[in-house]
Design a protein around this ligand. Structure first.
Ligand code: SF4
Ligand code: SF4
Length: 312
């Protein structure tokens, strides 16, 4: 595990926007797994704070730079910030891009006032498979959103991945969460959008701004009404723990014929076809272990674990 700490300090200490009703410095912890865009979210927030003349300290840990590994980033801002790392129990806002990662970091949140915003997206790691049978149970968090929310001062379980997917780009899920995060702070909307546009790929600015506004409006609505704790991912906790059906999606245009997935699939159910593109040869053998998805260097494979209801 590598610790990369970067400190960004602005020259002005003019005060300005901060988290709603929070003391200074404001402590934001952003967590997820490799490939979800934790660092991008962290940079957007740090840049926005700097643009408002606040002092910002940011530190981040990458799970050995491995996709699927644990990634987290501390962002602290205010008129004066002395340390880049947040003391345990002093997190004002915990923003989680993956469900189990969110639960893992909950003890860091301020007990009385902490805000927890978490994607209900569940990324079950390959080693969570308890055996190699298809549909075998997985070792993964069994807590439901309702159970978690009941124990946190202010919490939101957001189906950010599905929202982004419906906008046409699942990778914008982190931006949905940035939109949710923005409602907990007092920075002007136009400033959020301007900074966000600087950090996403140019051709995805439109969808990312849509995703940002969607996350923002979702959480504003959730504040007005009772938070939706009905597991809106539609995937269901039981489905995440015991997947009933597996669908392997291979994006042929992205496959570079490296053969890694073919060599490392434990069930030997992948091969390179005559055009040297990976393909699933025997879906019945695939256990949904997701090793191929993790190891593909070109993001060409996605493994979908589908509940019975979604398949019927
Ligand atoms: S195809 Fe992928 S998900 Fe299926 S068994 Fe092989 S490595 Fe696991
Ligand atoms: S690991 Fe990815 S790029 Fe390599 S053969 Fe498999 S799908 Fe193609």
């Amino acid at each position: 595990m590598s610790l990369a700490s970067e400190v960004a300090e602005s020259s002005q200490h003019s005060g300005g926007a901060a988290a709603r009703g929070s003391r200074e410095p404001v402590n934001v912890l952003i967590v997820g797994v490799g490939g979800q865009g934790v660092i991008m979210v962290s940079k957007v927030l740090a840049s926005l704070c700097q643009a408002h003349g606040l002092q910002v300290k940011q530190s981040e840990v990458h799970g050995m730079a491995k996709r699927g590994g644990s990634v987290f980033s501390h962002v602290r801002f205010g008129k004066q910030v002395w340390s880049p790392t947040i003391p345990k129990g002093d997190v004002d806002i915990l923003l989680a891009l993956e469900w189990a990662e969110g639960l893992r970091w909950l003890p860091q949140l301020r007990a009385e006032t902490g805000i927890f915003i978490c994607d209900t997206k569940r990324i079950v790691p390959p080693f969570a498979c308890l055996n190699r049978r298809q549909g075998a149970p997985m070792r993964y968090s069994r807590e439901t959103p309702a159970e978690v929310i009941a124990h946190v001062a202010e919490a939101y379980a957001v189906d950010a991945t599905r929202m982004a997917d419906e906008l046409g780009n699942e990778r914008a899920a982190n931006t949905v969460l940035v939109g949710a995060l923005s409602t907990a702070m007092e920075f002007p909307l136009a400033d959020w959008e301007r900074v966000l546009a600087e950090f996403v790929p140019r051709k995805t600015v439109g969808v990312n701004l849509e995703a940002f506004r969607l996350g923002r409006s979702w959480i504003e609505e959730a504040r007005r009404t009772a938070p939706d704790t009905s597991d809106p991912q539609g995937q269901g906790l039981a489905a995440a723990v015991v997947p009933s059906t597996v669908r392997v999606e291979i994006e042929a245009q992205w496959c570079k014929s490296c053969d890694i997935c073919v060599k490392l699939c434990p069930e030997r159910c992948l091969r390179l076809n005559s055009e040297r593109i990976a393909e699933l040869t025997d879906p019945a053998k695939c256990t949904g272990c997701r090793l191929c998805e993790w190891l593909c260097p070109d993001f060409a494979i996605r493994v979908h674990l589908q509940p019975a209801a979604a398949v019927a």
